[in-house]
Unconditional design. Structure first.
Length: 340
């Protein structure tokens, strides 16, 4: 916009010099030198008119060009972002499909190889089982033959031993025969029925008492055997659970789940879950919670993140493989939470 300005300023000028002047004759004319000095003051008024119309027009034209350029840049940015997003989706879909196709082909190949190995092992086991059955039959035949031979040998030894005992203890056997003869003679009297009845009742009672005693002792023996077997099984289980095969410098790991929650009132709760076998050790759980609380859980390892995402994607594909809307919504929500 054009405008006018007026300025007024007083200027001081210092002057100094000398000049030769002549003067008319009075008594005697001539010339003389005049020296002069001083300061003169002058008021200066300046009126300025500034015409800004050409500049305003150029600024307006530049503004119009800048607005057009801004609009075109915004449209280009939108189009570029859309193209980048579309190409990124295509590349991502191609990479993911290729990865899963490669993984599926690799797993199918491994499955076929393992099936061949298993079939070969099963065939070998069948052959070994058949060989063992043949060896078992041969061993049964050998055992029966050996048993028959030793039974005949032991029977001959028993007969020989019985004959020698009878020959050595012949007076005793003679006494027994005489006692038996006397007993037979006494059994033919009238008191035989009474003696037989009392003997039968006494024998039955004695047999019942003996049977009860034997059952009681057998029950005690079975209880002791059961207690021994239970104690042995418990001890073996304890030893098996307490021992781990391997060298002393080998590290073994157990699965641990650490959860940290924060409520609305800024209260932080921590919980550590470990297998039931170790859950009774409260000191171990507290130490694990303190150790995991100091660990930075926000991993910055891109390789680890990609590996974790690949594992989650494979689990999603295997567990949620439907094409319905519910399955798609669940997969989308899991991917959204995973990306966050």
């Amino acid at each position: 916009m054009s405008y006018s300005r007026s300025f007024r300023k007083t200027i001081s000028v210092h002057y100094e010099g000398s000049k030769i002047v002549s003067y008319p004759a009075s008594q005697s004319g001539g010339t003389t030198t005049v020296h002069y000095s001083g300061t003169a003051y002058e008021d200066v008024d300046v009126n300025i008119y500034v015409d800004t119309l050409p500049f305003d027009e150029s600024v307006h034209d530049c503004n119009s060009h800048v607005n057009g350029l801004t609009t075109s840049i915004g449209a280009m940015n939108v189009a570029q972002c859309a193209a980048i997003k579309k190409n990124a989706e295509k590349v991502s879909k191609t990479i993911i499909d290729g990865f899963f196709h490669t993984a599926k082909a690799d797993l199918s190949t491994q499955k076929a190889e393992l099936e061949q190995v298993v079939e070969a092992r099963l065939l070998l086991l069948r052959q070994q089982a058949e060989t063992l059955r043949e060896k078992q039959k041969a061993m049964e035949v050998d055992y029966a033959r050996t048993t028959a031979r030793y039974q005949k040998l032991f029977t001959d030894l028993n007969n020989e031993l019985s004959a020698r005992i009878h020959e050595i203890d012949q007076p005793v056997f003679n006494l027994v025969k005489e006692v038996d003869a006397q007993s037979d003679r006494m059994l033919h009297t009238d008191m035989v029925q009474t003696a037989v009845t009392m003997s039968k009742e006494s024998s039955v009672l004695q047999a019942q008492i003996s049977a009860a005693t034997v059952k009681h002792h057998a029950l005690e023996a079975m209880n002791q055997a059961q207690g021994f077997l239970v104690s042995k099984a418990t001890t073996e289980k304890t030893i098996q659970d307490s021992c781990i095969e391997g060298a002393g410098d080998v590290r073994y790991m157990i699965p641990v789940c650490y959860m940290k929650t924060e409520s609305e009132n800024q209260r932080v709760d921590r919980e550590c879950f470990i297998p039931d076998y170790y859950s009774s050790n409260k000191l171990l759980k507290d130490n694990l919670c303190e150790t995991l609380d100091d660990v930075n859980l926000d991993s910055s390892d891109d390789a680890f993140s990609e590996q974790l995402k690949s594992y989650v994607q494979s689990e999603i594909a295997s567990k949620i493989g439907g094409d319905d809307s519910h399955s798609a919504r669940v997969r989308a929500m899991i991917n959204k939470m995973l990306n966050k």
